[in-house]
Write a new protein. Sequence first.
Length: 211
Amino acid sequence: MNGTRAYRGVPAEERRDQRRRRLIETALECLHEDGLAGVSVRSVCARARLTPRYFYESFADLDELLIATVDAVCDEVAACGLAALDAAPAELPAQVRAAIDAGYGVVVADRRKATALLVAASGHGALRARRHAVITRFADLVIDRLPVLTAFGAAERRRARATALFLMGGATEVIEAVLAGRLRLSRAALVEQLTAMWLAVLSGTDAAGRD
């Protein structure tokens, strides 16, 4: 009974959700400040001011927390990108540019989130599979929301999925290179270059779908 009743008017389930969010937020800070090798269950709990008991009520192990942290960043990137796409004018160039700029803006505005994406790209254990899943998820969102692709039939959509995976994988590599300092591009230059690449590929996809 004690684990389910309210404390100071806050239901137990809501308190668990609050602790889970705190652990994810703390993991962002630890990853950014200490690097992947410096993050542990103990370090996250100490910084979050929570005992390991509360860690394990939400996560089975450190990998599960890292995956949840990366997922939280990716969810925000997707939400911001889709909101910008929906608010953009009905022309494809404006929609692509708005979605790329808004999604990239999430990680530029908060370098902790950029670090989380770079950790996901590092190929560490369970994060390797999660990175592939995220790229596939973003590709499916592109197919479902870009008018040039949503009008396709079943056969065309299978080809479009390959195109979307190609675009998302390439864009992810470019963004990671910029965030890691291997490629020097301003935000404006990055957005314009990726937009041009996407439009070049999508124009071919649109023509193929009409054949």
